[in-house]
Ligand binder design. Structure first.
Ligand code: ARG
Length: 290
């Protein structure tokens, strides 16, 4: 083996070599869960009868925030609004690509007011805001991978919003249909590990998709990491990667090992309180792309 090959690869437990993973600096938007609680049920994870601890939610969220800062990310904050307990799930606030912010239009009335709140922030921060006509829940269902957007439907975002997004940002959109109500947003069923064109790499839960969608995923991403039901059930896929560091649910230990094997550096965080609302790491993170 030449020295060149040795520096370009990292040895893994099984002796196979994984490519060296390099990080990209990310800019993200987050919302402190000052008003987080569970008072309505719009996904199977939520149970208004179960008590929530807002102070603990804030503390856990702060750890995620500080982890991103420690990774050198530019972390921006939007003010939480009283009466919008799910606003902490910033990923649903919109889709921001090439400086264009395609706003969210929520499926459930309880979250409707979050759409305008996020659009106001995008506008005030120099993004070109496109108010949506079609129902969509932002990056919860839209994931940029290379030059294409993987777009989820089945529970929340309407397939008509996929066409709308394609028109707004001028990119190819690939529609994927979700079939398991526990994985109601695409970002609960797919993790984007590397989104750089030419280096696309994802992880996903096969059972979360219908047959035709699974075919597309298998064909497009033959080297994808397939995650177990156990790891997906703690929202392990709901993670955020900079291409090297992958912030994941600490309880997703199988996925953690798979990531190490593939040359990544997983960083586990505990967001147990926010899991009561049906969200994890990625849900609390909206990527801002200029
Ligand atoms: N309670 C929120 C809802 O059901 C959770 C959103 C999770 N966000 C996400 N990007 N998956 O809408």
């Amino acid at each position: 083996q030449s020295t060149e090959t040795q520096t370009a690869t990292a040895a893994t437990a099984t002796g196979r070599s994984a490519p060296e993973r390099t990080p990209t600096k990310k800019t993200v938007l987050m919302c402190r869960p000052d008003h987080f609680t569970v008072v309505y049920q719009i996904n199977p994870w939520m149970d208004p009868a179960k008590p929530t601890d807002t102070a603990l939610a804030v503390a856990q969220w702060q750890t995620l925030h500080d982890t991103y800062v420690g990774l050198g990310f530019d972390v921006r904050l939007i003010d939480p609004v009283e009466g919008l307990p799910d606003m902490v799930y910033a990923a649903n606030g919109g889709t921001v690509i090439d400086g264009i912010a395609y706003g969210a239009k929520f499926t459930h009335e309880q979250r409707a007011a979050e759409g305008p709140a996020y659009m106001e922030w995008f506008g005030a921060n120099g993004f070109d805001v496109h108010e949506p006509v079609e129902t969509n829940e932002g990056e919860g269902d839209f994931l940029l991978v290379g030059d294409v957007v993987l777009a989820g439907t089945g529970f929340r975002s309407d397939a008509s919003s996929h066409e709308e997004l394609a028109r707004v940002i001028g990119r190819e959109i690939i529609t994927l249909t979700l079939v398991n109500p526990s994985f109601y947003h695409l970002d609960t069923a797919i993790a984007v590990l590397d989104s750089r064109p030419g280096q696309e790499h994802i992880a996903y839960l096969p059972s979360a998709f219908d047959g035709p969608s699974l075919e597309i995923l298998r064909e497009r991403y033959p080297d994808a990491i397939l995650v177990s039901e156990e790891d997906a059930a703690v929202l392990g896929l709901n993670s955020f990667s900079d291409g090297r560091n992958v912030v994941i649910a600490a309880r997703a230990t199988g996925f953690e090992a798979q990531l190490v094997e593939a040359g990544y550096r997983p960083i586990g965080v505990d967001l147990s309180e926010l899991l009561l609302g049906g969200g994890g790491v990625k849900c609390c993170t909206l990527e801002l792309r200029r």
